[in-house]
Design a protein around this ligand. Structure first.
Ligand code: AMP
Length: 376
């Protein structure tokens, strides 16, 4: 490997949402320049970056020009087409590499990869044609969750089903496209863990975060999660094995279900910083975003130590409800930090920002952050 990409250099980000924005903030603080490319204008990332290119990911000439002007390319959006990642890779290192996108862009492929690697994964069956359904129902059992194979983001493209007949109807409504039938897990809790791996091979993991969802969208995260040391150790080992197996250079988030009998099952992988890791900005020595900067630029890792227990509450477009939320009211609460992503249109279910609260104990942080959100 060549030497580190040092501050002053330019990092290209494919995708332009809030993950790219917080990445760009971490990178610019360290003295890097950031360029971003996506089909949109005046984006969360573009508002912070030195240069915002508006072009389709399929516009390979634009991707080529973009990659030629940067020292390393990373992404904040995993549905970047493989051809764009390949084109970028001809002109600059792409970290993590495009093959990781290929594995994680499609549920059936991702689950197959996990099962083949001996990782604990929610029992599932791959549905390609209508003939697959009968066997899948027997294999997986009911109730189950039917999910389109190509990723629906934030719970889009998935529905709980209670019988084979219902599964057939829901699948037809999804247009009969390739899908995954997954056992419905009556989980005790949802957890996630973020890890990073550097260009020089180092690995860092954070602790387990406890998450709650509303309408399949992340609602709150609490850190550290109150779980037995054994669960924490098992998750850490899984994340480290995955970082190596996928040859990640960057950040990886693993989402888990903790079953009622104390077992961890992997729900999903995200080869990038994750919503459940946003609280690392305020709560840890090194945020998940700075860790990604260090990883892709070939720098040493930052300490992942927790400074103070924390909780995060997402701010969705629903909060606007015909008026601007009362930001001052949330800022009034001691220990609460406001993060907004610069999006002008508050649509239902759209992630507009988040609040983080720091406290002496994680449950207290959760109480404070939800009270602050209620005050909006
Ligand atoms: P996903 O987009 O697959 O991460 O799903 C979003 C959310 O839906 C998860 O975080 C869970 O809250 C719920 N969910 C998804 N799959 C399952 C499952 N197999 N069993 C129970 N809940 C699920």
């Amino acid at each position: 490997m060549s030497g580190p990409i040092l501050p002053g250099a330019t990092i290209g980000v494919l995708g332009s949402g809030q993950l790219g924005r917080m990445f760009a903030m971490a990178a610019t603080r360290m003295g890097y320049r950031v360029h971003t490319l996506s089909p949109d204008e005046d984006t969360p990332t573009g508002q912070v970056a030195e240069l915002e290119i508006t072009a389709s990911f399929d516009d390979l000439d634009a991707v080529r020009a973009f990659a030629r002007n940067v020292d390393v390319v990373t992404f904040e959006f995993e549905n970047v087409p493989a051809a764009a990642a390949d084109m970028a890779g001809e002109h600059a290192p792409v970290r993590p590499s495009g093959h990781i996108l290929h594995t994680t862009q499609q549920r059936a492929r991702e689950k197959g990869f996990l099962a083949d690697g001996g990782f604990p994964v929610t029992p599932f069956a791959h549905l390609r044609t209508a003939r697959d359904l009968a066997d899948a129902v027997v294999q997986v059992g009911m109730p189950a969750v039917l999910k389109t194979a190509s990723f629906g983001y934030d719970g889009k493209g998935q529905q709980k089903v209670g019988s084979r007949e219902e599964a057939a109807i829901v699948w037809a409504e999804m247009g009969g496209q390739e899908a995954v039938l997954e056992r419905f897990i009556d989980f005790d809790r949802e957890l996630s863990m973020i890890g990073a791996r550097g260009a020089t091979g180092w690995m860092v993991t954070y602790g387990l975060v406890e998450n709650t969802h509303r309408d399949h969208i992340l609602d709150t995260s609490v850190y550290p999660a109150a779980v037995p040391a054994r669960v924490e150790r098992t998750a850490t080992e899984i994340v480290r094995r995955l970082l190596e197996r996928l040859d990640v250079i960057g950040v990886l988030c693993v989402e888990f279900f903790l079953t009622r009998d104390g077992a961890l099952l992997i729900n999903e992988l995200a080869p990038r910083p994750h919503n459940s890791g946003h609280l690392t900005i305020d709560a840890c020595v090194t945020s998940q975003f700075e860790q990604q900067v260090r990883a892709v630029c070939g720098l040493p890792p930052g300490a992942a130590d927790l400074l103070r227990p924390a909780a995060m509450a997402n701010l969705l477009g629903d909060l606007w409800n015909h008026r601007e939320p009362d930001w001052a009211a949330a800022c009034l609460v001691p220990g609460v930090k406001l993060h907004l992503y610069g999006k002008s249109e508050p649509r239902r279910g759209r992630k507009m920002g988040h609040l983080t609260a720091l406290a002496h104990h994680a449950p207290e942080a959760l109480r404070v952050v939800t009270a602050a959100r209620d005050a909006l």
